[in-house]
Design a protein around this ligand. Structure first.
Ligand SMILES: Cc1cc2nc3c(=O)[nH]c(=O)nc-3n(C[C@H](O)[C@H](O)[C@H](O)COP(=O)(O)OP(=O)(O)OC[C@H]3O[C@@H](n4cnc5c(N)ncnc54)[C@H](O)[C@@H]3O)c2cc1C
Ligand code: FES
Length: 349
């Protein structure tokens, strides 16, 4: 079960004018609880202007490092990211949920070549993956294709250059800039042309075992379709969305009136009733049941539960596969009951 602990910010590094890396101190007694795989994320929680706000942030540290760290880029009008970049100080404490996420690299004993396609703050989980792959043996190679508007907006630039110096033959770093002409880099966005250029030409002599993609939604969609057109097996392609612009589906039929909900969380049963139009997560939060959630927008997967009685429909889902849905899994932040009684089990996911 995911839990929040209060962790101290031991160091804040300004990565760009609008982005910071927060290093979080990890006490010895919590090391096991915060074990993570490279690519996973933390949910941070803070009181901002009298409201409890939580957001997901990918871990930039490698599991071999003895601290946690996250990279946060301020988005225009963003509540949490503005607070993190402008208001947090070294020595402050944040409530931090234990790591979660299905976007991660799994080490194995084989030599592996890994391709990373990142844009903007999408670099954060890639930092953890790149360091972990490169440190795992003396042979595996990592190709990082990293897109930004300008050099000034590059998060982790110094760390990436240091990594390149440390592994000159194994860390293959390709910069792409959409608003700056920089020698020995690509001009444009990470699109079909640029992806084909690298995989069909520059690195056609290498074969890659896994592909990780993280960035804005259109960059993810283009990368997925281009890699698939290049013949990459879909099971080798992993992607993480930070935000989703996909509209909710047309409202599906939902139960009429009031729904009786039984919630199983940490082996405790809770009964509540809610209006059928209320998302099941919101109904639980209203009753102050401490159910897990993070993005509230159907992209992070923190809020998954299993429907063990009754039925529900999701307004938006870009995470669960058809077979997981058939097994009864739902994103509770996106789900409404379609039966007048429903049981949600958060323990059985
Ligand atoms: C699994 C996961 C991992 C994530 N990892 C990181 C990370 O490593 N680093 C990081 O900086 N962010 C990351 N995010 C995004 C982060 O959780 C927040 O969504 C982001 O910081 C904006 O939150 P906010 O409270 O500042 O903005 P909000 O107040 O929630 O939103 C304000 C406005 O900004 C828009 N917006 C929200 N997010 C973005 C975005 N990413 N880009 C552009 N516009 C946006 C919203 O649509 C809204 O219009 C991750 C998200 C997920 C789901
Ligand atoms: S809270 Fe992120 S998917 Fe539901």
């Amino acid at each position: 079960m995911s839990e929040f602990y209060s962790l101290k910010i031991s160091q804040i590094d300004k990565l760009t004018a609008n982005a910071v890396n927060l290093k979080l101190e990890l006490p010895q007694n919590l090391k096991d609880s915060y074990e993570f795989k490279p690519g996973q994320y933390l949910t941070l929680k803070a009181d901002i202007n009298g409201e409890s706000v939580r957001r997901a942030y990918s871990i930039s540290a490698a599991p071999s490092e003895d601290y946690l760290s996250v990279g946060i880029k301020k988005v225009k009008g963003g509540i949490f990211s503005t607070f993190a970049v402008e208001k947090l100080n070294e020595g402050d404490h944040l409530d931090v949920m234990t790591p979660l996420g299905t976007f991660f690299w799994t080490p194995n004993s084989n030599i592996q070549n890994i391709a990373l396609l990142a844009a903007g703050s999408g670099i954060t989980p890639m930092m953890s993956i790149a360091k972990s792959v490169l440190n795992s043996n003396d042979t595996s190679k990592v190709l990082l294709i990293f897109g930004n508007k300008t050099v000034e907006e590059v998060m982790y630039r110094n760390e990436l250059l240091a990594l390149q110096e440390q592994y000159p033959d194994r860390f293959l770093l390709e910069w792409v800039y959409s608003r700056a002409n920089v020698p020995r880099t690509q001009f444009g966005r990470i699109d079909k042309g640029i992806i084909n250029h690298f995989f069909k030409n520059t690195y056609s002599h290498l074969s890659f075992d896994d592909y990780f993609v993280c960035g804005p939604e259109d960059m993810i969609n283009t990368s997925l379709s281009t890699l698939e057109a290049l013949g990459v097996d879909e099971y080798c392609i992993h992607f993480e969305r930070f935000v989703s612009n996909t509209p909710k589906t047309e409202s599906a039929p939902i139960a009429n009136g009031t729904v009786q909900v039984n919630v199983i969380l940490d082996e405790v049963d809770y009964q509540l009733s809610c209006d059928s139009k209320t998302a099941l997560l919101d109904a639980c939060i209203k009753e102050k049941i401490d159910v897990p959630y993070s993005c509230h927008g159907g992209v992070c997967s923190t809020c998954i539960a299993r429907v063990t009685k009754g039925s529900a429909v999701m307004e938006k889902n870009e995470i669960l596969t058809d077979s997981e849905i058939e097994e009864g899994l739902i994103l509770t932040c996106q789900a409404h009951a379609t039966s007048s009684e429903i049981e949600l089990n958060y323990d059985d996911v």
